[in-house]
Design a protein around this ligand. Sequence first.
Ligand code: SF4
Length: 414
Amino acid sequence: MSTTFDLGVSAAVPVAAWGQARLLAGTTSGRLDLSRHREVHGLPRRYDAAQLATALACVGLLGRGGAAFPVAAKLRGVATGRRTHVLVNGSEGEPASHKDRILMRLAPHVVLDGALAVASALEAGHLTIVVQDGLSLASMTAAVRERQDARAVRLVRHDHGFVGGEVRAVVRSLSGGPAAPPGRRVLPTVHGIDGRPTFASNVETFGHIALVASLGVDRFAEVGAPDEPGTTLVTLLGDVPHAGVLEVPTGLPLAALVGADHGPVLVGGYHGTWLPRASELLVSRPALRAAGAPLNAGVLARLPQDTCALGEVAAVARWLADESSGQCGPCFFGLPNLADILDQPAVGRPMLPDAYRRAGLLPGRGACAHPDGSAGFVRSALEVLDEEIAQHQAHGHCGRPLRGVLPTHAREAP
Ligand code: SF4
């Protein structure tokens, strides 16, 4: 049986690993500088684009930012050459998620190794890392200065919230436009930064690419689920056995992370899905997607008994409405309207079916997935919070205060 250990690096956001850490290997006493990083991880292999894509396909690596797109397929879709950009998206705009910031602060060279491996394979002329917060930026800046091979890396502070951190919004911003998704669906692999081919992915994804390059395919695949080998970073919050950022082998029972108690579980964060219980599900992206609850950026939560669950959902719904870039109908009208209904102090019998119905009208009508994800969060909550809803309908409240277990502001982890 694996055990967890506390890496002890942050009082506010505990960091731990289930079993043997990989991305976070060697960080028990803090951030790894380059020499310590090399002691722990060694030198990564060098690949050309075809070799790297083959290696990533062999381990079935899926993107860790939300969409879980196969990384090998994305790599094969990008042209090689000096015009090509590589973009590391570290704009972790979901306030419940801390895993990318923790990775950049503790193991910046893992991220850099992955980014440089992709840039080298693609023979790319440009490598940009966007970072949301000051401490991560400081860590990445120090790491870049430590190495000769990172001289051309561009670091950009990009703090534009949840929707503004969506990869197409980041690409648009880096191209001189606003930090909002473009009105039409364009693929960064074809039309990315400055209109050039761009391989863009999340910070954690590049960390796993570095592990493939340092461990090799066979060792990488020694742990984890057969359908998604390796480890993954999750952020756990609420009434769970180990709150904080945890590196876990894929394939663990979901109940091991959120507890086996009855009661709703949130899988996939604020664009995620509430499930009535953890049941027999395993933590792998293919398994959770098949169960209708994609892992997205890895946020898992269970609400404690002493908070108003409906109030927690309403607060997140308001935050989601406020985060939209307000340029499409479902966000301009639909999300604020939904938040207004849920904000009523006594959410009454006629209101909840109306909220459920209105949430069902939102998906598929925006220029990005924000209304779809937001509607899924609200609708699934209304499906599983039946006890809470019954109390609100009977008494106008549930008698519990709103504790703000689901954060709705970006918190700086120290
Ligand atoms: S769907 Fe919403 S968040 Fe997405 S681009 Fe349109 S207004 Fe902005």
